[in-house]
Ligand binder design. Sequence first.
Ligand code: GLN
Ligand code: ZN
Length: 759
Amino acid sequence: MALAHSLGFPRIGRDRELKKALEAYWAGKLDQPALLQVGRELRARHWQVQADAGLDLLPVGDFAWYDQVLTHSLTVGAVPPRFATDAVPTLDTLFQMARGVSRGGKQTFACEMTKWFDTNYHYLVPEFSRDQGFSLQWTQLFDEVAEAQALGHAVKPVVLGPLSYLWLGKVKGEGFDKLELLERLLPVYVQIFNRLAEQGVEWVQIDEPALVLDLPADWKAAFESAYNLLQRAPLKKLVATFFGGLEDNLGLACNLPVEGLHVDLVRAPEQLPLILDRLPTYKVLSLGVVNGRNIWRCDLSAALAQLSQAKERWGERLWVAPSCSLLHSPVDLQREDQLDDELLGWLAFATQKVDEVSLLARTLNTPDDATVREAIAASDAIQVARRQSKRIHDPAVAARLTAVKAHDAKRNAAYPEREWLQQQALKLPAWPTTTIGSFPQTTEIRASRQAFKQGRLAEAEYIDAMRAEIELVVREQEALGLDVLVHGEAERNDMVEYFGEQLSGYAFSRFGWVQSYGSRCVKPPIIYGDISRPAPMTVEWTRYAQSLTSKPMKGMLTGPVTMLMWSFSREDVSRELSARQLALTIRDEVVDLEAAGIGIIQIDEPAFREGLPLRAAAQPAYLEWAAAAFRLSASGVKDTTQIHTHMCYSEFNHILDSIAAMDADVITIETSRSDMQLLEAFSDFAYPNAIGPGVYDIHSPRVPQVAEMVRLLRKAARVVPAKRLWVNPDCGLKTRGWPETRAALAAMVEATQLLRAET
Ligand code: GLN
Ligand code: ZN
């Protein structure tokens, strides 16, 4: 009998109950027993959903108060000294590590947060010191195992594996090789496993996603030695790999001295024959065939075709699973009441995905069962209907893409010539000042937008309200003496949703929330079909803004790569194809803005780096098409029109050539927090176009000093010639209030004037 299991379930709750409870607890409006109760209820509900679906083994340890990596740091006793007290860590210690503490003017910085592999989930980076010790300190996992058992469930605890855990951590203080810590860490794993075994646990799932990465030789060797040591633990171990193929680690993974291996067949279906060839048949083989990272209904027959290849030889040692933890899926499609039936039929959220996993196992076990056969037939019918749906395939979009020529993705003149032409047209002063786009989103702005959306405010009144905001923002910028103005983005709720709502091929869920970090969730729009632009999207607002001033007004758009990365994407076409379709819609908008008299247009690409594949070998191809999609969106204009782009981070290692290949006339980036250090990468030699290194951090209400910014700009001018430097904040100002925004920008303009006076 094939067995059905899941690698993990979303913890946030169908109605984001965990988010609400956490935020209430942090605000002092909910006490700890009540918070604990919310967690208990969510776990119980999620286990029940999975048990009702018919899963044979339920994950425990997938619940976390903030982040599963953070929980694991507590479990193994890796609490950074600045949070450690003599007492054992408490739930508040955990929250302090996640959120920092400020007490009596004293700041204790939170642990760093970074992206979990190539997902949009962020984990808290473990910190290791040279004398790092480990000890079993935190009993959440065991408590939750007991909790699930008491509810009558068959459980399979989930633990982050020792190598992946070390890999994800960061060395603090004196440099050393963190792999040296393995020897000290493993005894804690032995203790964890012994204790689980005492609780009657048969199987433990050990997540080792690091096995899908390019690993140095000593790390590969460490996998072998670590698992040799853990071999003696008195329970069965399933090593879980996901987010990619094992590739050069395939032999290593297949031969680890453990009882089972989980592989991701959604991301890497091509590894199946090799796994079947290399994995000893006495081991359990868990095949991840239901996509844990997207919202599409599984093509069950296609999944069955994969499973059948393993069924004969593996028999009851074949397990069926989602590709990865369902943490990355929204919770329940049942909640969606505003999507039409056709689209609903194409979708599956976590609750539906566990049904799919269970159904697949049942199909393997009892293929002649009538309900099973019906379900498979229904799934096939939906796949066929979807493939043929007119909503997905737009011949006009396809025709237009075919007609794209290489020169469409290239500006006419090279940058130096464009720079001269643009200077003739724009006549900007030295050290031109600008902002990144948004201005404070006040409560009134949000209220008008919401009232309009809900039909409580007539369109004409809404337009008047937004125009009044635009006028206010223009007057403020003029008073401040900024050189290149923006309209302030008052009409936008979100930089992707705003455009998605105006494009064909996009749909929006109401409850499709996915945890991003801690209590934060995102609700990515859904790209389901070919994308086109029925009508101009920003032209009227921008034209109006320009009509109010003689200063250049910068048009503001979201780039094709960011539109794609922050949406759920199609699986029936490549990401590249959707990016090119998006690029054409943005290109049309750019051209329309130019025709409306807008001479500077910014195409934001904050998610450009995010799409980078995990394996080095796959990165060049991505960077190539991503930069090309950007250029396709930007190159419909005359050379006199100045194209800006913006990325709100500072990590450009290894991708600078591709950033240069985007060929934006100006790029604005985040630099203030790194003290302009990253700018080194942008030296004259490496990056030829103009750069606006952010001179102050917009994440805090703190108003920067003039002298601070002068110093940063002088520092920048040592790396990049001053004539190619712009002056701007790190990112948009929408989360800030007006008083600090005004003060900070005034100081920024003053700093600029001091520099101008010097030259
Ligand atoms: N133009 C956007 C803004 O100013 C850019 C946001 C971003 O970089 N994430 O808000
Ligand atoms: Zn930004």
